[in-house]
Unconditional design. Structure first.
Length: 364
């Protein structure tokens, strides 16, 4: 505290003590105007302390500082002119009334193009989601079609001051929205409405490539495009009904083809079974024929061997034996009837007499 201020307090205290002697209120404690001890020791430095305190108070009242969070960037403007270097997340001071700090979001942002039913949903402020009406497109024949998209993007931090200086704080509606609508109309307008569901993937790729090319062509590359998702293609009612009829017809054709193929398979199966049965019968007949032939060949071979084994002497002997049996039969009955039955090399003899009990069979 300055020396003259200390003298002032001392004089004030001494004057108060002198006046209290003749006063009736001698028992009252005099008011102590002495400054604190730490201020007495400051001397001339107290003025500097007052200045610092005044600066802090003014800074608090005028809010001459800003805190930038992660996912945000600060843009400092001095007398209305943006500084080219963005302010990183953290604590920053600026001069009130001369400088101003604008905070912009650099996190991933989403722009949805939805039907009127979805527009009624409440989106939390600061969520980074913008909702626009679905994109109305005329197909190659002039029929109205609605396209629903979801676009993800984010502001390029390094060029944020230049982007805000050029496009303003509503940069999304000036950069993203017009490009998305123009590219979508250009791509979808080349097709007929009934072709869109079948060529959905091709259309989605063409839309994303067109939007990315247009965004990257912006001067200074203000925005980084992340993804473009084709969510829905809303067709006119008549086109939808036509497509449904075509789908039903195609399903009927496919069902007929399936039934024809199934019938062909069953016919082939039955033909294969019949062929197998015929083959089995043929094999069986062939086997029987082979068996008969083998048996006949065996019998012929046996007869051949038998005929080869019979000599002239053996035949003469057998004839003598047969003749002897003839004679014996005739001796017993002169009226007997003698029958010769085949019996190989030597015939069998059957003697028929009047008495059935005397019938004699003469074998070889």
């Amino acid at each position: 505290m300055p020396a003259d201020l200390n003298d002032y307090f001392k004089k004030k205290n001494s004057g108060g003590s002198g006046n209290s002697g003749g006063n009736d209120n001698d028992n009252r404690t005099p008011f102590n105007m002495d400054p604190p001890d730490f201020m007495k020791n400051l001397g001339k430095k107290a003025g500097l302390l007052y200045v610092l305190i005044a600066i802090v108070v003014i800074a608090v009242i005028a809010k001459a500082f800003v805190i930038i969070n992660s996912g945000e960037m600060g843009i400092k403007a001095t007398t209305g002119k943006f500084q080219p270097t963005p302010m990183e997340p953290g604590f920053h001071l600026f001069i009130p009334f001369i400088q101003q700090v604008f905070i912009v979001d650099t996190k991933v942002r989403i722009m949805n193009y939805s039907s009127s039913e979805d527009l009624g949903e409440v989106i939390q402020r600061g969520s980074g989601i913008k909702r626009n009406a679905a994109i109305s497109v005329l197909d190659a024949r002039g029929l109205p079609v609605s396209i629903e998209l979801t676009v993800q993007y984010k502001l390029e931090p390094a060029t944020a001051p230049q982007t805000i200086a050029t496009w303003g704080m509503s940069w999304e509606d000036k950069i993203i929205n017009p490009v998305v609508r123009d590219v979508t109309r250009s791509v979808v307008g080349k097709f007929n409405a009934e072709e869109l569901p079948q060529k959905r993937n091709e259309i989605a790729v063409n839309i994303e490539e067109g939007i990315r090319k247009a965004i990257d062509a912006q001067p200074g590359q203000p925005v980084e495009l992340l993804t473009v998702q084709l969510r829905e293609i809303v067709l006119p009612v008549k086109i939808k009904e036509q497509i449904e009829r075509v789908q039903v017809a195609r399903q009927e054709v496919e069902r007929t083809k399936y039934e024809v193929e199934k019938a062909n398979q069953e016919a082939l199966k039955r033909a294969a079974e019949a062929e197998g049965q015929a083959k089995a019968r043929e094999i069986n007949a062939q086997g029987q024929a082979n068996a008969v032939k083998i048996e006949a060949d065996a019998e012929a071979y046996a007869n051949k061997k038998i005929s080869e084994s019979i000599s002239g002497s053996l035949l003469n002997l057998r004839q003598i034996e047969v003749q002897g049996k003839f004679n014996e039969a005739l001796r017993e009955n002169k009226d007997a009837k003698i029958f010769l039955t085949p019996g190989g090399a030597v015939p069998n003899i059957w003697v028929d007499t009047k008495d059935s009990q005397k019938a004699v069979s003469v074998a070889k």
